[in-house]
Design a protein around this ligand. Structure first.
Ligand code: ACO
Length: 426
């Protein structure tokens, strides 16, 4: 027998029954797809705070416990024992790769990291100083014209090829967007470098592939820097049905090209309520400037008449510590002595965290630091300029978006995303 929920319209006493469907983890859902048919009314849920928009087997979040799993594996385990590429493979294939599978996957991504020469012209149309996110979303959309056949994928190998291509090219697109924004020549990917190292190389190298030698002749891309960035990519790989992923699925539902859907996801991510928060956090820490001024800004964040918000605090789903933030905080502490972490910014961040976690305003609203609160200090130590913080989020999240796109396409009976409204006009 099916589990159901009965709803009564208190205006006329009529009752309506809806099926309850259980999840394998987390809250069950009430299937209201027949709601309009039965009642002649719509449901209203501003911001989708109580709405499950799809079925998914990819990522699970328990916001109360502060738990995050990709394909059933906890984020803490992935971040400590596995690389970003292993995580990508896991998301795409529902299993971690063995040694041979990983090697093949890695080699294939290296081979696919180049961009078509014509695409370089597109970056040159942007003014110097343009935000890299603008060029990145445009170039990703433009990529659909180079791989138009991905519009009609017929089998699993087609999905894999399409996904691997976009994952491999995203660091190159992001690095090109950055280099153009500062008027520097493009650096082509180096096939002998790993996914994560290659990105740092394309950001930092001089023409001809030369790396700047430090005063002490130290190696220019340190293993610890690669590990730190790789962890950041892993922590950003997927996050269930957030605003940008919902955008990607919405575009997928119209039948548009997958890379156009990813481009739309990039645009949605840019906003400061979403992925743009990481850039805003560091700007805010710099604006606060000193530990002595933290109280003043906490007071502003609490003032209902002031629009100021503490960037990197609060989350729609996590009503506890964001587990990704915990991992980054630990990473930040580990890197403190090995990389040149800005101790002033760290002290301001620590002070904000200390006050907010003991202040009733934040406690009662369950506002905890999110992933963006800590990533900025680490990215700054990796010599990543602020406008590249959100593109780094994009590089990490591309695997999540494309996996969600594929899941949507493979599910039978999915409809075009077409919500209704409560009309209050004339
Ligand atoms: N600083 C101060 N107050 C806050 C903050 C904050 N960062 N976040 C939420 N609040 C307050 C709101 O003013 C509201 O208070 P009220 O009940 O007195 O009106 C209450 O907490 C609930 O806030 P909502 O905006 O309704 O919560 P929602 O779930 O819709 O928003 C969001 C979540 C957008 C993340 C919000 O917390 C925010 O703007 N945070 C700052 C930006 C940020 O860090 N974004 C990154 C999110 S993680 C990511 O996308 C990768």
């Amino acid at each position: 027998m099916k589990n159901t929920m009965t709803m009564t319209d208190n205006r006329d006493g009529k009752s309506y029954e809806f099926e309850i469907r259980d999840a394998t983890r987390g809250p069950s859902v009430v299937d209201i797809s027949s709601f309009y048919g039965q009642t002649g009314m719509f449901t209203y849920d501003n911001g989708f705070t109580s709405t499950a928009s799809c079925e998914s087997e990819i990522t699970f979040i328990d916001g109360v416990e502060g738990e995050l799993r990709y394909r059933g594996i906890r984020i803490e385990e992935l971040a400590s024992k596995h690389s970003y590429l292993e995580t990508c493979y896991l998301l795409l294939n529902s299993k971690l790769p063995d040694e041979t599978e990983l090697l093949k996957f890695d080699l294939e991504l290296r081979h696919r990291s180049l961009l078509h020469e014509n695409l370089k012209n597109l970056f040159n149309t942007f003014p110097t100083g343009a935000h890299p996110m603008a060029a990145l979303s445009s170039a990703t959309a433009a990529l659909s014209s180079f791989y138009y056949s991905h519009l009609n994928i017929a089998d699993e190998s087609g999905y894999q090829e399409m996904a691997r291509r976009i994952i491999a090219k995203m660091p190159t697109l992001a690095a090109f967007a950055y280099r153009h924004s500062i008027g520097a020549p493009f650096i082509q990917p180096d096939i002998e470098r790993s996914f994560t190292e290659n990105f740092l190389y394309m950001m930092r190298a001089y023409p001809g592939g030369k790396m700047h030698i430090g005063i002490n002749g130290e190696q220019k891309i340190k293993a610890i820097e690669i590990k730190a960035l790789d962890t950041i990519f892993t922590l950003h790989a997927d996050h269930e049905q957030n605003a940008s992923t919902t955008t990607v699925r919405g575009v997928a539902s119209t039948g548009a090209h997958p890379y156009v859907a990813i481009s739309a996801g990039i645009s949605a991510l840019w906003g400061r309520a979403h992925g743009g928060a990481n850039e805003s956090v560091i700007k805010q820490l710099e604006m606060i400037g000193s530990v002595e001024r933290v109280d003043e800004f906490i007071a502003r964040a609490k003032d209902p008449n002031d629009e100021f918000r503490l960037m990197g605090f609060g989350h729609r789903v996590y009503k506890n510590f964001d587990p990704r933030a915990k991992i980054l905080k630990t990473l930040q502490d580990q890197l403190k002595n090995e990389l040149n972490l800005d101790s002033n910014l760290m002290n301001i961040a620590n002070k904000i965290e200390e006050i907010a976690l003991s202040d009733d305003y934040f406690i009662s609203r369950k506002l905890y630091p999110n992933i963006d609160f800590y990533s900025g200090v680490i990215l700054t130590a990796l010599q990543i300029p602020k406008p590249m913080f959100t593109p780094i989020f994009v590089i990490g999240r591309t695997i999540g978006w494309i996996t969600q796109w594929i899941e949507f396409k493979k599910q039978k009976g999915n409809k075009i995303a077409r919500p209704r409204q409560l009309y209050l006009g004339k």
